[in-house]
Design a protein. Structure first.
Length: 190
């Protein structure tokens, strides 16, 4: 069974990597499921075994980046949650898929799945990691507990996407602004 699960993950990752290449070449909106299938040398049925819609690729993008974040976080060592949260926001800004891909991809995800964020929020995703850090920051009293960690995680990710699309100044200036905006809205006044 481990072999079947490994093959499934490799196929899923292969589909995502082929889709990402096409998104870079043709744009997210200009790439169809058929294009992805042709690039990945798979049938449409195989695509739909792994992803319910093109928009569901958001979850794979988030898991892919979540793996990189987990390695980065381990290298940071033990930090207060609020410091880790700032590193998270900066990491996401520096490493997310280009905004010309991520913004339309996330918009399509929201339109396709409406209020159901489950396809992009499971274990190992960037949303999952943000939620875990925010829960710790809430427990440490640095982030408000009046708003759910889940909602604050969505807010942090969307804020990064918005400012990656329209940066203010240099990347470092934009990241500093992002942190101030997020923390001012999320700091504990409980």
């Amino acid at each position: 069974m481990a072999t079947a699960g490994g093959k499934r993950e490799r196929t899923r990752r292969h589909i995502y990597e082929c889709a990402l290449r096409l998104f870079r070449e043709k744009g997210y909106s200009g790439t169809s499921v058929g294009d992805i299938c042709a690039e990945a040398s798979i049938s449409r049925a195989t695509f739909f075994i792994h992803f319910s819609e093109k928009a569901a690729l958001v979850g794979e993008a988030s898991r892919y980046l979540g793996e990189a974040w987990a390695s980065f976080e381990r290298a940071l060592g033990v930090l207060p949650a609020i410091s880790l949260l700032r590193h998270y926001i900066e990491f996401l800004f520096d490493n997310m898929v280009a905004p010309e891909i991520s913004a339309p991809m996330l918009d399509d995800f929201r339109q396709t799945f409406s209020g159901n964020m489950a396809p992009g929020t499971g274990p190992g995703t960037m949303h999952y990691h943000a939620t875990e850090i925010i829960i710790r920051a809430q427990d440490e009293g640095d982030v408000t507990s009046l708003t759910s960690a889940d909602m604050l995680a969505h807010h942090a990710i969307r804020l990064v996407i918005l400012y990656r699309t329209s940066p203010i100044g240099t990347p470092n200036e934009t990241k500093a602004l992002l942190w101030r905006l997020f923390y001012l809205g999320a700091q504990s006044t409980d």
